[in-house]
Design a protein. Structure first.
Length: 307
């Protein structure tokens, strides 16, 4: 898919989910490199950077988009042959996509080990990695039940409950505001992540921090499923995560509420003290180990170049 088409679909949320948008961005850059017909490396690099910026401007919160774009374009300026350049960009994008799928699969296996026979699991929004863990546990023969919040205003919870029902997993669809009411029935919470910062804060779908607070109060273990490309090298430089605020029409028609300010932030921040563990493809870690994951994955040299 072209850069323009991919960017439009990410913006309109036809393509959504932190991991999915990252893979789509890498795929669009791959498409650009494969179809480039010019012969000048400088012109290619200039256009590649512009295309990358188009993708980065689509959604501001998930670091996955930035990490995927960086994984593809980093160091391309060191190549001075157009064919090598095109091949390198194509290969880097393909590797990002392949590694990303592999990470989801590994997290599914690790996450499943934290789900025990008879567990009732709560999840929110629609996270492919959280779902991978739940489905894996069920396929291992564990008798589980799931509560899934609808996740206003986009109702991504509907995608989640349909996916679980398709697997024949007993699932309850609940409204976002009923989480504390149901928490007494819950054994584990598993959610996804859009960004994990160096100090172990998890940015995920709006409402996640309320769920974490309820779980903490009820002593219910709260796990986050996050591939390592959801960890933010930019947070190391002190940059704050920008919380996306989407169109107010997604919440209500403003014409029906004259004089009312309608707000629509779509993510929130859960502090590390409410998180029992982050399940990554390199293992289950405490949220306080986020810095080590970032330092190890990206390396000090690269981190010192992040602005
Ligand atoms: P996976 C989603 O954001 C949700 O916040 C979800 O938890 C997160 O991405 C991670 O999704 P949105 O795109 O990568 O629905 O686990 O706003 O699929």
């Amino acid at each position: 898919m072209s850069i323009g088409e991919t960017a439009e679909k990410i913006k309109s949320m036809e393509i959504r989910g932190a991991g999915t948008i990252a893979r789509a961005a890498a795929g669009a850059l791959k498409h650009f490199a494969e179809n480039y017909t010019g012969s000048d490396t400088d012109a290619f690099e200039k256009e590649l950077t512009e295309k990358a910026d188009v993708l980065l401007a689509t959604r501001p919160t998930a670091i996955t988009l930035w990490n995927s774009v960086q994984a593809v374009i980093r160091d391309v300026d060191k190549i001075d042959d157009i064919n090598t350049l095109k091949e390198t960009v194509t290969a880097k994008a393909a590797k990002f996509i392949e590694d990303s799928h592999k990470a989801v699969e590994i997290i599914g296996r690790i996450g499943a080990k934290r789900i025990e026979d008879g567990d009732v699991v709560l999840t929110t929004c629609n996270s492919k990695v959280a779902l991978a863990s739940i489905i894996h546990a069920f396929k291992e023969g564990k008798n589980i039940e799931v509560y899934a919040t609808e996740s206003r205003p986009w109702f991504q919870g509907h995608i989640t409950v349909r996916a679980l029902a398709k697997e024949k997993i007993p699932v309850n669809l609940i409204v976002d505001s009923s989480v504390r009411y149901y928490m007494k029935n819950i054994d584990k919470v598993l959610v996804g992540a859009d960004t994990v910062t160096s100090n172990g804060v998890v940015i995920n779908k709006i409402g996640t921090s309320q769920i974490a607070l309820c779980a903490h109060e009820a002593r219910v273990p709260f796990f986050v499923c996050a591939e390592t490309y959801k960890f933010s090298p930019r947070s190391i430089t002190g940059e704050l995560v920008k919380i996306e605020e989407r169109d107010l029409n997604e919440v209500a028609n403003p014409d029906d509420f004259p004089g009312v300010n309608i707000r629509n932030p779509v993510f929130d921040a859960t502090p590390p003290e409410y998180i029992d563990g982050i399940i990554t493809e390199v293992g289950l870690i405490p949220p306080y180990a986020a810095y080590e994951i970032i330092a190890h994955k990206f390396g000090f040299e690269t981190l010192m170049e992040v602005d």
